[in-house]
Design a protein around this ligand. Structure first.
Ligand SMILES: [Zn+2]
Length: 594
């Protein structure tokens, strides 16, 4: 048994105080460690950098602690219960670490709870104390961690079967709003923190549809007997992290549904997609997972080439569930898919890196993107979801609508329930061929391990979807919508943003007009052909320009003025628009059907 206690004397100082009692420490000297990363977010984050004032003691008498490396310590050998005390600085407003101030507290166990090495399988008890100041007297507590005597929504005693469970139930404390609903008989809560307004009934009704879709998709009963959505509403933010019985989300307050507004705004659609994504992970990655994640080694990078499946397939089903459950229309779904196709098409990195390589190198590339990322890497989320669409459409086409990717996912789920084992790199390919009743290796392997264009356009056409490729209207054009009005014939080849006194070059497309001219990310463009201009004026000029036109550019690099000669290239048709065939109405093979 390992016992933890977490409290705060002064939330405004952003410190959690943690103490830990180990009843039977290793007589050779108890080792302690803190995770360096959190499952679901594949980057070394060195949570130990926020750990302070580490002390060990027995009845108030100090024991020596020797530090072995950044996240490992060893306490002087002692026979009998020992106590460990430390503080954790918590000012990371993300879903990955911990945050504490006078408005609320939030933590992931991986940021705040040391593990007693060798006792990871031992049961844990946690006393979560109400922070001391008077302004915390109305605070409530939300977590999917099982209660062990605490009243519902209150501070007090909680428990976990082992360390792995302890760190997989994030905790929110504050004056949040709570919305309850049931999905297939399982109680769910939505916890809303931050400053916002929200149509509670609408959100509960819509999320219920999404949750019931996913539970029925994999088959009842659901693998959890309770589920919690923890949402922090902010001015500008987006992100989520999956857990076994909850998810933590950060979303813009504008993305929440408003009383009296019937339509699904683009922002609300995105929020529903995020909730759907994290909920699908309850099966796909929290339970069905790569063999390499069993168990997780949280001290160092763990490599798998399967994130295209765990994030990509999840990304495919997140929006698909919205259309299948009737929350968005076919047109709305096709717009989202066309945007993903556009995003992948515009990145040169797709010709350089496969989704398997992107998965494997996520620690240093996908999770550490710089201004050159679009040229260097491919997103295993975006391209992975398109691969999932290809597999789904291929299986439907080959079986006349009898089989689909759904069958593959259900098989993976059944295998997991029977064996509890992680999957090998080629398991999904094997299952696809098995379910298709024919060898589809030659179809799948190149999509996962290669960089050729995906056969998605042909597959969509075979399902009765019209695919149009056009040039981008302007820098705001994400694709998915038919173009109205005039289209430019040339492309500047850069992501630009208005900046005080000029136009900031954020990113360049490799081989594009701006890069060939010698411009660099970070340059501040101030004049074209001797005239000062802003982004709107530059886009107007681009509308009138012809391929081959030459412009003289003045730009600052740091505080030095430089002159560049730019030859405008023809714009590429890298923007997709999808439309269901008007005569048929619905796609063939039951695709998009509920
Ligand atoms: Zn995900």
């Amino acid at each position: 048994m390992v016992r933890y206690q977490i409290s705060s004397h002064d939330p405004a100082s952003h410190y959690f105080s943690v103490s830990m009692t180990i009843e039977n420490p290793d007589p050779e000297g108890q080792r302690l460690r803190l995770p360096n990363w959190i499952p679901g977010s594949y980057m070394i984050r060195d949570f130990s950098r926020n750990l302070l004032d580490l002390q060990a003691s027995v009845d108030g008498a100090a024991l020596k602690i020797e530090q072995h490396d950044k996240s490992n310590w060893q306490v002087e050998s002692y026979v009998g219960a020992i106590r460990i005390d430390y503080k954790v600085y918590a000012l990371d407003l993300s879903v990955r670490a911990a945050h504490l101030d006078h408005t609320h507290g939030y933590y992931n166990g991986s940021s705040v709870f040391l593990e007693a090495v060798g006792q990871g399988d031992a049961a844990c008890e946690v006393l979560i104390e109400r922070p001391a100041p008077d302004y915390c007297r109305d605070w409530k507590l939300a977590t999917s961690l099982p209660r062990n005597g605490a009243a519902a929504w209150d501070f007090g005693e909680y428990r976990a079967a082992d360390y792995d469970e302890l760190i997989d139930h994030p905790v929110e404390m504050g004056t949040f709003e709570r919305i309850a609903f049931e999905a297939c008989g399982v109680p769910h809560d939505i916890i809303l923190s931050g400053r916002f307004s929200c149509d509670h009934d609408r959100l509960a009704a819509d999320l219920k549809q999404v949750c019931e879709h996913h539970i029925r998709f994999f088959g009842e009963p659901a693998p959890m007997d309770y589920y919690q959505f923890q949402v922090l509403a902010v001015g500008d933010g987006y992100g989520g992290l999956e857990h076994r019985a909850s998810t933590s989300l950060i979303a813009s307050r504008n993305s929440l549904p408003q009383v009296g507004v019937e339509e699904v705004s683009d922002d609300y659609r995105e929020f529903l997609g995020l909730c759907s994504h994290e909920y699908f992970h309850t099966w796909n990655v929290k339970r069905i997972k790569p063999a390499a994640y069993q168990p997780y080694d949280l001290q160092q990078e763990v490599y798998t080439d399967l994130l295209w499946a765990f994030e990509g397939i999840t990304s495919y089903y997140d929006d698909l569930a919205l259309v299948r459950s009737g929350l968005i229309t076919h047109d709305s779904y096709l717009e989202l898919l066309a945007r993903t196709m556009t995003r992948v098409q515009r990145g040169r990195g797709r010709q350089r890196q496969s989704t398997a390589e992107s998965s494997f190198n996520t620690w240093t590339k996908f999770y550490q993107q710089d201004e050159n990322a679009a040229n260097a890497i491919v997103s295993y989320y975006a391209k992975g979801s398109l691969i999932a669409a290809c597999i789904d459409l291929k299986l439907r086409q080959a079986s006349g609508g009898e089989r689909s990717l759904d069958d593959v996912m259900r098989r993976l789920w059944n295998d997991y329930r029977e064996t509890g084992e992680g999957i090998s790199s080629n398991r999904i390919q094997q299952l696809v061929s098995e379910i298709a009743g024919q060898d589809l290796d030659g179809f799948i392997q190149p999509m996962i391990y290669g960089t050729d264009e995906l056969p998605l356009v042909e597959l969509l056409q075979s399902a009765g979807i019209e695919v149009t490729q056009r040039v981008a209207i302007n820098s705001q054009d994400k694709g998915g919508k038919a173009a109205e009005g005039e289209l430019p014939q040339v492309d500047f080849g850069a992501m630009l943003k208005d900046d005080s006194g000029g136009i900031l070059i954020q990113r360049l497309r490799e081989g594009g007009s701006a890069q060939i001219a010698g411009l660099s990310p970070g340059d501040q463009l101030i004049a074209v052909d001797g005239l000062r201009l802003n982004l709107g004026q530059l886009e107007q000029r681009l509308l009138r320009a012809q391929p081959g036109d030459r412009w003289q550019l003045h730009a600052f690099r740091r505080d030095e003025l430089h002159v560049f000669e730019l030859a405008l290239q023809a714009a590429e048709t890298d923007t997709f628009v999808l439309q269901a065939d008007e005569d048929e109405g619905t796609p063939r093979y039951g695709w998009l059907a509920g």
